[in-house]
Structure formats: C-alpha cells, structure tokens
Design a protein around this ligand. Structure first.
Ligand code: MG
Length: 199
C-alpha cells in the first residue's frame, strides 16, 4: 500500500495569526506585558537553536532573553497559545477518513516531537496517522533527506507522496524520490480527490 505523508504547520493545521502575536500573548499571559525586544530576542535565539537541532529550543530561547519570568511558565504559556492559534484546515478530518482506506498515512513535520504531537492531539489528528516523524528525531529539518528517510524506515512501502505547503516539503520529497502535492489552502477535499485519482 502506498503511503502519504503530510506536513503539519500550514498544511494539516493553519495558524490564524502571526507567530509574533502568539509570542506576545504568551508573554502577556505570564507577566501582563510584552516587549518588542523580548519577541525579537526570543525569535532570534529560537531560530538559531532550532536550525542546529539543539535540545529544548523553546527553553533555550526564553533563557537567552532578559526577562524576569520563570522559563517554565513561559514555555507552557507559549505552547498553550500556539495550540489555541491553530485550527484544522477545512475538511481535513473527512479527507483523511477517505484516504485512510486506500493509503498508509503519516506526518513529516519540522519540529520537536512532543510539541508537534500536542498540536495533533488537540485537534483529534494524532490517532489518524500510522507514523509521525518530527525532524528533531531525525537530526535535521526538511528539505534535508533525513526526516524523509526516517519516515521510510518507520513505514516501509514502495511509493511515497508528500503533501505540504512549503518549498521544503516539495523539494525535500522530490529529492528523495517521493512524489509531492503542494497544499495551497482552501481545504483538503480537493487534495483527497487528487490523491485518490492518482492511486
Ligand atoms: Mg508547513
């Protein structure tokens, strides 16, 4: 049976606001205010740690800025705000139901395993996938081949397709010999139609 892997952020789930707004809300919920320097400082430190796949990038980034609040509280607040700012893409559950009988289904997402699973769980998506690969577990992010190769190890089959909204999804998948479908928004009904037509 062929496998279809989906990207998470911007594909299965869409953010309804900019990430800087999510971050500001996290600072406000812990200490009552948000400052531009905190948001910028966090973002820079997070990106640097994330790109290098350093452990606990959220914690490291909060530790890197000059803010008095407890890091633990900030991490928890950010995770809550991030989950709340997501919503499932239109028709995603019904599309996955249609695809589940015909394909093995998985996720390949750039991120930290626990963090990404929490988002899937919050929107009743986690149990719909046979395999969930977060790039941190592979030691490199899409478009690097590593997360795709880990997905192949976890779900061995003959044919793979990647569905994602980003160049990293499409280029990364094509680079390891997978086919790809770009998600451009507007809901998953047409994505399911296209995948079922090509099987
Ligand atoms: Mg994405």
């Amino acid at each position: 049976m062929a496998a279809i892997f989906f990207d998470l952020d911007g594909t299965l789930l869409e953010f309804d606001r900019a990430y800087s707004s999510i971050l500001s809300a996290a600072f406000r919920s812990v200490g009552g205010e948000s400052r531009r320097a905190w948001v910028d400082g966090y973002s820079e430190a997070f990106f640097e740690a994330f790109e290098a796949c350093e452990s606990e990038p959220y914690r490291r980034a909060f530790d890197a800025i000059d803010v008095a609040h407890e890091t633990e509280l900030l991490v928890e607040a950010l995770q809550n705000q991030e989950v709340a700012a997501c919503q499932p893409s239109p028709d995603v559950h019904s599309a996955l139901d249609r695809l589940a009988g015909e394909f093995e289904l998985g996720v390949v997402t750039n991120g930290v395993p626990d963090w990404q699973r929490e988002k899937l769980r919050a929107y009743e998506l986690e149990e719909r996938f046979d395999v969930i690969v977060a790039s941190y577990a592979a030691g490199a992010h899409k478009p690097d081949p590593a997360p795709f190769r880990l997905a192949e190890q976890r779900l061995p089959t003959e044919k793979y397709t990647m569905v994602g909204d980003d160049d990293a999804d499409i280029a990364g998948a094509n680079g390891v010999g997978w086919s790809s479908v770009r998600y451009t928004g507007g809901g998953f009904a047409t994505v399911a139609d296209e995948l079922l037509a090509e099987r």
